[in-house]
Write a protein that binds this ligand. Sequence first.
Ligand code: KIV
Length: 285
Amino acid sequence: MSVQGRVKRITTPQIRAMKGATPVVCLTAYTSLTAVLLDEHVDLLLVGDSLGMVLYGMESTVGVTLEMMIAHGQAVMRGSKRACVIVDLPFASYQESKEQAFRNAARVMKEVGCAGVKLEGGVEMAETIRFLAERGIPVFGHIGLLPQSVNTAGGFRSLGREEKEFADIVEDAHAVAGAGAFATVIEGTVEPLARRITAEIPIPTIGIGASPACDGQILVLEDLVGLFSDFKPKFVKRYAELGQSIEASAKAYAAEVRARTFPTLDHCFGSKPAAKPEGGPPDTA
Ligand code: KIV
């Protein structure tokens, strides 16, 4: 395909420019298969480290490695051509120092070819975000509930009910935006907090369990289509029940194999075709 004929990917400056103009539609994707299906319908595909729990059955995202993120990021890039693809930096790949963050983010950018990286944290990560952004790495922020900090937070709960917590997260939002993030996820916060942040910061806020007040929304695809059923957070809307369909298909297949009713001659190569009515189409199998 010529360079002119190539579909242009949505860029991080374009995502940033959507603030106040049009809702930003985001979903997670971990595989080429799902990237192909989602690409046309979303502005941004996030290769989220939630894949540790959703695909690998881990208890949290803490065990996810940079190599896992790179492999899944490459798969999503192969399956998409239009969406802005962002890859999560996993736990312990950026918190140590801004230099460590740059080294690992640069590796992700080079090996995946994605548009940027996402990292979790507010005020405490602002210096790192600035360091990356000033050196050519677009950063997607993530404030509010931080899954990689589950062990210090002591579990997941919605945030912003207490005055101090509310004020701290507003401060995080300003720190992330001020440091040069092109957009930020707000996860698991009460509506007035997401509303206040969205009104105050100049970059798009992408909510997950943070209310319609945000500039855009993101969900984990497997939650949306009913494939991940370990738990269903309040903020998830199920648009399909694919898990049930897969289970029903496997059950029907197993029964047919055991009953020897699958495969039939229609599914065989070089078998004698069943008698065809006279004048029927020729057998091309
Ligand atoms: O890892 C992930 O999927 C995420 C989204 C839930 C925002 O960070």
